[in-house]
Structures are given as C-alpha cells and as structure tokens.
Ligand binder design. Structure first.
Ligand SMILES: [Zn+2]
Ligand SMILES: [Zn+2]
Length: 153
C-alpha cells in the first residue's frame, strides 16, 4: 500500500482549485467515447478512480458543467475539467490524473469505448473494452490493478 506515495496534491491550470488524494486509486483508465473526446478536446480522457473518502478539494470551489451539469466538476476561472462524480456511484470520484503535481507515472490500466476511438489512438492499457465493462467485471479488474498497476516513480 505504501508504494503509492500518498498523499498526492494537484490542481487546475490556473491554481484556483486545489485537490488532495489520500487513498490508493481503484483503477486507472482511458476513455475513448465521443463524450470524452469533446470534454477533453482531445482523443481520449484519462481517469483515476479514487475512493470518495480519499479525495478532497482543498482550495477553490469547482463548478458543475458538461452535458447535464450533474457530475463533471470544473474550475470556474480557467475551466479545467477536473473530476467527475458519477450519479448513483458515490463511493468513488474519477480524477483527471494530469492535474496531479506529480503524474509522470500514470499509465491507463483499462481503456473503454474503443468502438468510438479515433483510428490512430492507442494506449498501453492491458484491458480494452468496446464499451464499458459490466459492474461485476470491475471487481477483478480492481483487484488486479491493486497488484500490478503502475505506481508513482
Ligand atoms: Zn483554474
Ligand atoms: Zn468517455
């Protein structure tokens, strides 16, 4: 457990909103869905699923945005897409790993929605899904990630 080198600090592009992670991630993901392509203005989004009680906003007040304005949190000053709290799944928060002050170690372990990916887009994820795994499929992925997921350098 200790090799995760917690806690982690991070923040948005302008520094108004700061975040802290104090528990090991459940999963590291890349998502190729067209929604994530739009939200990230890039080929795919990156996420670290953090247990909800291991995540905190330590400065600033993020605002809700995205299609339904019900789960995606942004800095109101620089509009950075920071984290996502999926409705009905309040035990984890999906944090954008590139916001962590130290994130060079991040490697996606699972990739989702490869059915919508740009033809050239590729990640080193060990597990690929055309859509999203069913909920029961996540349990073995989370166990395997705890054993072999990439750690901070
Ligand atoms: Zn900001
Ligand atoms: Zn997506």
């Amino acid at each position: 457990m200790d090799d995760w080198q917690l806690p982690w600090e991070g923040g948005c592009r302008c520094g108004t909103v700061r975040i802290r992670v104090t528990k090991p991630p459940l999963l590291a993901m890349a998502c190729h869905c067209t929604g994530c392509q739009a939200m990230s203005a890039s080929a795919f989004s990156l996420s670290l699923a953090i247990p909800a009680d291991g995540f905190a906003v330590t400065a600033g007040e993020p605002v809700l945005g995205g299609r339904n304005r019900d789960m995606h949190h942004f800095c109101s000053a620089c509009m950075t897409w920071m984290f996502t709290r999926p409705p009905g799944m309040d035990w984890f928060v999906n944090v954008r790993p590139s916001l962590l002050d130290d994130h060079l170690w991040f490697v996606p372990y699972v990739e989702t929605w490869t059915s919508e990916k740009l033809p050239w887009a590729a990640t080193p994820a060990r597990h690929s899904f055309e859509k999203v795994p069913e909920l029961p499929e996540f349990e073995p992925l989370i166990r395997a990630y705890a054993d072999e997921g990439a750690r901070p350098l």
